[in-house]
Design a protein around this ligand. Sequence first.
Ligand SMILES: NC(=O)c1ccc[n+]([C@@H]2O[C@H](COP(=O)([O-])OP(=O)(O)OC[C@H]3O[C@@H](n4cnc5c(N)ncnc54)[C@H](O)[C@@H]3O)[C@@H](O)[C@H]2O)c1
Length: 270
Amino acid sequence: MPLRRDYPAAQELIKLTGKGALVTGGAAGIGYAIAYRLAEAGARVLIVDVNGEKAVQASKELKSRGYWTESLACDITREKAVESMTRKAVGILGSIDVLVNNAGIYPRIPLAEMTEKNFDDVISVNLKGTLFCSRAAGQEMMARGRGGCIINIASIEAIHPSGDGMSAYAASKGAVLTLTKSLARELGKHDIRVNVIVPGAIATEGMRSMFSGPSSREARAQLKAFMSRMLLGRMGEADEIGRVALFLASDLASYITGSMVVVDGGYLVT
Ligand SMILES: NC(=O)c1ccc[n+]([C@@H]2O[C@H](COP(=O)([O-])OP(=O)(O)OC[C@H]3O[C@@H](n4cnc5c(N)ncnc54)[C@H](O)[C@@H]3O)[C@@H](O)[C@H]2O)c1
């Protein structure tokens, strides 16, 4: 069947001009790469990070490339702080059309050593923080009535745990997968799409710090075994997640919601 002639051109579909995007944990690593791609596509981007100084620096770097960015310091584990940050974000961006729940922590903690606080810390950032930000930005999207898009970041640990000491992390990210589907159900009627990216090993500062320190020899052995399962034979780059986030945020993905996009260089196939 021939294509309808009035479909927009691909280069129009990928544009985010006129949209406001909030990226948590956007001061470094994957979050920064996502902020970069969304800003490049024309969105006004707000970088939100617990490390306020780093967020200012990241925003400056993007501005120096001619992109529209601002930054705010916020610890997403603090419910009231997230609400107040979201109100400020609306003032700065005009609207929140895209929320990327990227901020996350992944400490390696063997089960025998895990305290209740260790577990709570991981759940607070990775799961509760995602919920707080989704609720605050989701309410704003619903009130405005122009739809929107939420992108969560999980991990292949949620599907195939592959390293010792990652139980709290894997559990938190497994919950993010389920949360994504529930939010997609609840928000679909408001034309808010909710999807989750499932990265494999991506070379970032946070990832590198996992392989230094006291248990680094064991960690490096695990990394070697892990790398041997990568069909593409290498770690991913943060930008390779940024590109997928851009796709999901744009109208190229206008009929995708409640979905999981695995970006792991083929790890889960092996
Ligand atoms: N790097 C990987 O291999 C990989 C793989 C799968 C999933 N992920 C996920 O991708 C996301 C980003 O990972 P990364 O490797 O870029 O991490 P990173 O440690 O390099 O950067 C994370 C950023 O989040 C910020 N942050 C941490 N806690 C926060 C809080 N409470 N409030 C606000 N900001 C906070 C940090 O300050 C930092 O700027 C995480 O959710 C992580 O679990 C990473």
